[in-house]
Design a protein around this ligand. Structure first.
Ligand code: SAM
Length: 242
């Protein structure tokens, strides 16, 4: 179902222009844009400081990042969201909260490399990315190899991805792809809300809906580089669930 365009969308987007770093596609073909277009962000100029930068892809209404930015004022956050209607809510909420450490990109994640320097991001958050179970849409899954190759370029050498989802199938798929792409899995849980990680967890809008229906929440961290933590492979994680 197509979402109805928000009332006064354009003037409201204009009112949030100071938070919005990019909008739309630089050209029709995403692959061509990703390969050729560059408008790399200077984070020090954008945020006015040299604090580390973390990224959420598919931020929705922004509930997760707003809370994260409040809890961690010495970290800068970028929020990527495809849907203009939705990112508008996130930007208006950020303005109302007076937060200065969040900025927004209203772009498809396929073209992140157009805006982000290589090895510039410490953490990527993938919260309840659409599972897209149809075989024909595999490439659009935000944990498909196509996206993991992009994340590997923009993540710092010791960077990581934190994923949460309600879909067991999508979770299993993602764990396998993370390992295939050379990430190391840590902190894997098949029931986040009843795990040691529950205390610091920020519940997102989708997460609240799913857990109110009694569904368990899956969560994993996929790290680049060396890690001294005890790791759980995708195979171990699958066994643990049985
Ligand atoms: C299911 S919602 C989850 C929203 C939020 N993270 C939460 O947990 O409440 C997924 C969001 O990802 C966005 N999205 C999907 N594919 C995307 C892409 N390729 N690039 C950027 N955003 C994307 C959708 O527009 C949608 O708002």
């Amino acid at each position: 179902m197509r979402m109805r365009r928000k009332r006064n969308l354009e003037p409201r987007m204009e009112a949030c222009a100071d938070l919005l770093l990019a909008r739309g596609k630089p050209c029709k073909n995403l692959k061509e844009a990703a390969e050729t277009y560059r408008a790399l962000l200077d984070f020090e100029h954008v945020f006015g400081n040299t604090a580390p930068v973390e990224l959420e892809i598919g931020c929705g209404n922004g509930g997760f990042l707003l809370e994260k930015a409040k809890r961690e004022p010495h970290v800068n956050f970028l929020a990527v969201e495809l849907c203009t209607n939705v990112i508008l809510t996130a930007m208006e909420r950020t303005k109302a909260a007076g937060l200065s450490n969040i900025r927004f990109l209203n772009i498809p994640a396929e073209i992140l490399e157009c805006y982000l320097e290589q090895k510039s991001i410490g953490v990527i958050y993938l919260n309840f990315s659409t599972p897209l179970p149809e075989k024909s849409r595999e490439k659009q899954r935000l944990t498909s190899m196509r996206f993991l190759e992009i994340y590997k370029k923009i993540l710092k050498e010791d960077g990581r991805i934190e994923q949460k989802t309600d879909s067991a199938e999508f979770f299993g798929y993602s764990l396998n792809r993370f390992e295939e792409a050379g990430f190391t899995l840590t902190d894997v849980t098949h029931d986040l809300h009843n795990s040691p990680y529950a205390g610091e967890n920020i519940v997102t809008e989708y997460e609240r809906n799913f857990s109110e229906k009694g569904l368990p929440i899956f969560r994993a961290v996929a790290k680049l580089g060396q890690t001294d933590k005890i790791c759980t492979s995708a195979a171990d994680a699958a066994k643990e669930q049985k």
